[in-house]
Design a protein around this ligand. Structure first.
Ligand SMILES: C[S@@+](CC[C@H](N)C(=O)[O-])C[C@H]1O[C@@H](n2cnc3c(N)ncnc32)[C@H](O)[C@@H]1O
Length: 321
């Protein structure tokens, strides 16, 4: 496999910092904050970062291949620029936008948010997957500064109509317009090739500030077990609002340590979590395993609780909603 040499500096490690993030520290300067949701190949993110060097840009995307291409494009732009004149004003979050706004951005911290061609989810049964729902708009409203703005452009007319319905006019003053192609992104080019000439722009100007607290990390539970038999351990997956599915279990007889990998799903967040059962001082300790990245959430505590119940033989099959 070919080795790619490229600066990874724009990739922001949000697990290792206090949250909500102090963006002025992350960028090393105080400046207005603009956020692009679903930047794809990063064409607009990079262009705007160069055009507006006085603004700090955060790009959010969860598709790794696209992030990888964007990071390479930023690196090329930096190499081509004179020292200190490259686009050093971009930080990238490889994360679902829901989680990013819930946990990483403080109230009234973002001046402008934009999203070009969000996934349209045209099928009726898939509308629940659309991003700019009433609830998400409420969250963005809270994170935007007073008079902050949100700009969404879609290729799918019913999506723009849906955003209009989802918007609460108390939260945002909305203006919609039909516009020609102008962004030059991969997806815009694709639709032009397919013959589309008109796109649908929605501009939302923040009216009234809405309450929506930043989600904070939970304190994680740990358990002390007087008895535990690794050979008899059995776990029933938990289904419901919080789902916990056991994926792997590894037992080291010499070290008397069991590692368990579970997938924990809650609201918009699905995480891989490793728990550990370790013999120490005549007890078995159940706790999180060190050396992994995750958000400590109520769902992770449910996982620890269920593993504990299973380890002491008291887990009952139940749905927790
Ligand atoms: C249709 S593409 C548009 C990409 C780009 N803006 C363009 O115009 O080419 C939508 C992008 O949004 C990303 N995306 C969708 N939902 C997201 C979410 N909840 N959080 C982060 N990225 C998301 C997808 O991975 C995809 O790259």
């Amino acid at each position: 496999m070919k080795l790619t040499v490229c600066s990874l500096a724009p990739l922001f490690d949000f697990y290792s910092v206090d949250r909500p993030v102090r963006w002025e520290e992350a960028f090393g300067r105080r400046a207005p904050l603009h956020v692009e949701i679903g930047f794809g190949m990063g064409e607009v993110l990079l262009r705007r970062a160069r055009e507006f060097p006085h603004i700090n840009f955060v790009g959010i995307e969860y598709h790794w291949e696209r992030i990888y291409k964007t990071v390479k494009a930023i690196d090329r732009a930096n190499r081509a620029a004179r020292p200190g004149e490259g686009p050093g004003n971009i930080r990238i979050l490889r994360l679902n936008a829901w989680i990013a706004f819930e946990r990483l951005f403080a109230e009234r911290s973002v001046e402008h948010i934009y999203s070009l061609f969000p996934c349209p989810w045209p099928k009726k049964g898939h509308i629940k997957h659309r991003l700019f729902s009433r609830e998400f708009l409420g969250l963005l409203n809270n994170r935007l500064t007073d008079n902050g703005t949100l700009h969404v452009v879609t290729d799918y007319y019913p999506y723009s109509e849906w955003v209009k319905e989802e918007n609460d006019p108390v939260d945002f003053h909305l203006q919609a317009e039909d516009i020609p192609a102008q962004f030059g992104t991969k997806f815009e080019k694709k639709w032009i090739e397919e013959g589309q000439e008109e796109f649908f722009e929605i501009n939302l100007l923040k009216n009234k500030h809405r309450a929506c607290t930043v989600r904070e990390d939970c304190e994680l539970k740990s358990y002390k077990l007087t008895e535990f038999d690794p050979d008899k351990f059995s776990f029933e997956d938990v289904r419901g609002e919080v789902a916990v599915v056991l994926k792997d279990r590894i037992f080291d007889r010499d070290q008397q340590r069991m590692m368990l990998r579970v997938i924990v799903s809650e609201q918009h967040l699905t995480q891989n979590f490793w728990a550990m059962l370790k013999r120490e001082d005549g007890f078995w300790r159940l706790c999180k395993m060190e050396g992994q990245h995750f958000f400590p959430t109520p769902g992770i505590n449910t996982a620890l609780e269920e593993i504990h119940l299973a380890a002491v033989g008291r887990q009952t099959v139940r749905h927790n909603n």
